[in-house]
Ligand binder design. Structure first.
Ligand code: HGY
Ligand code: MN
Ligand code: MN
Ligand code: MN
Length: 409
């Protein structure tokens, strides 16, 4: 298989340039979805894509599609994409590596003077992180039909700001219909965000699918009362009960390896040092590659909520909030990634994505796979997230050559 190279310095420089937008003291990135910083990142990306000869369209939920024409534009494009929005204290590479790898693919095709039969389309999906506006993967979820456009536009952040209004405010409420997209094949390049490639000393992860996720909101209601006058045996302490629930979530995940259980968001009311907490809201994030296991974890959680309600004299409202089953990727796309990796001489291993990715939802309507590269100590969703120019070059080279397999030179 003839392979083509990419320009590693240009890719790395584009990553460092984009990282300046929302750059933080510790070298991370804070570009929350649909903030002015997200707007700046989007506008820079569109500028680069247009300079590389792409036509750019924005859809009704702010997804950006940059198309490089093929010799037969009646054919569905071969696509790649990811996201530009970050966690509140995120890194320089989560998502951004994927969208800038897509740009580097287009730039390299131009350098090589390659014409592909299928058009090439790079995509930037709105609010993949699900941090400011929950749940995650909203842009790809609307296009794949997992979410309705209206429910997403009406989502609000913790300050009550509405997503649709933010789209208008930053000028990304596009006219392209958010749906009915087709790809001949779709690939997403992403840092692994976990420890396995590094531990196995592999340069490329051939991603065969994504694990399932279930997100819940829970509200624990006890009774506010005086910290000094209320005897310990007469309390309904909502925060104390919540700590037991959090411990149980950890125990459930550990009882179902390699399942994960996380409480990342906690809001305590009235949050006063000398009042016994009366109401606590938490997020619950449970994940597993096997849906039966995930269902068991779910029912163990619900059983414990019943038990805790009785034992601690609190009310617990547990609301399932977001859910998708483990998602297998497409065999042909997986082979295209594996063949390109082998042709380029990179070490590799198959891997299941632990994080949610836009590719998971794109696989609802298009043959899809992903390409992972290692990140230092497997750390991500952290400002110290780190990788190297060589690791980025490997991932982007596999992307270019896997896409060419499907796009037909
Ligand atoms: O939560 C996730 O897995 C993704 O990073 N949004
Ligand atoms: Mn990501
Ligand atoms: Mn992320
Ligand atoms: Mn993602």
């Amino acid at each position: 298989m003839k392979t083509f190279n990419i320009n590693s310095d240009r890719l790395w420089n584009s990553l460092m340039e984009m990282a300046k937008i929302g750059g933080t003291e510790k070298g991370g990135c804070r570009r929350l979805a649909l903030t002015d910083l997200d707007k700046q990142g989007r506008e820079l990306y569109i500028k680069w894509a247009e300079e590389a000869g792409c036509t750019v369209k924005v859809d009704q939920v702010g997804n950006i599609f940059c198309t490089r024409p093929g010799t037969d534009n009646s054919l569905p494009p071969v696509g790649t994409g990811s996201h530009l929005d970050t966690q509140p204290s995120g890194g320089k590479f989560d998502g951004v590596f994927g969208v800038l790898s897509g740009l580097e693919v287009v730039r390299s095709l131009n350098d090589h003077g390659i014409k592909t039969k299928h058009p090439i389309e790079i995509s930037v999906w709105t609010n993949e992180e699900g941090s400011r506006f929950a749940p995650a993967m909203m842009g790809s979820g609307v296009v794949s039909g997992r979410f309705s456009l209206q429910e997403i536009l009406d989502t609000t952040d913790v300050d009550g700001v509405r997503l649709g209004d933010e789209l208008e405010r930053i000028g990304f409420a596009g006219s392209e219909p958010a749906g009915n997209r087709a790809y001949h094949a779709f690939f997403e390049t992403h840092i692994e965000q976990g420890p396995y490639l590094e531990a196995e000393n592999k340069q490329i992860g051939v991603v065969t699918g994504g694990q399932g996720q279930r997100w819940f909101n829970a509200t624990v209601t006890g009774r506010e009362s005086h910290a000094g006058t209320t005897p310990m045996h007469l309390r309904n302490d909502a925060l104390l009960a919540t700590t037991k629930l959090i411990q149980k979530i950890e125990a459930i995940a550990k009882a179902h390896p390699p399942g994960c259980g996380t409480v990342g968001f906690v809001q305590v009311g009235p949050n006063s040092r000398n009042t016994i907490p009366g109401e606590v809201s938490i997020s619950i994030d449970m994940r597993h590659p096997n849906d039966d296991e995930l269902t068991q974890m779910d029912s163990e959680l619900k059983a414990y909520v019943e038990q805790l309600t009785a034992e601690d004299g609190v009310e617990i409202q547990l609301d399932p909030f977001w859910y998708y089953e483990p998602i297998p990727f497409d065999e042909n796309c997986i082979s295209a990634v594996r063949n390109a990796t082998q042709a380029l001489g990179y070490s590799h291993m198959d891997i299941i994505a632990g994080a949610g990715h836009d590719a998971c939802y794109v696989s609802d309507f298009a043959p899809t796979s992903m390409i992972f590269t290692p990140c230092l100590n497997g750390i991500s969703h952290n400002e110290i997230e780190s990788t190297t120019p060589e690791e980025c070059e490997a991932g982007c080279s596999v992307l270019l050559n896997a896409m060419l397999t499907m796009a037909e030179v």
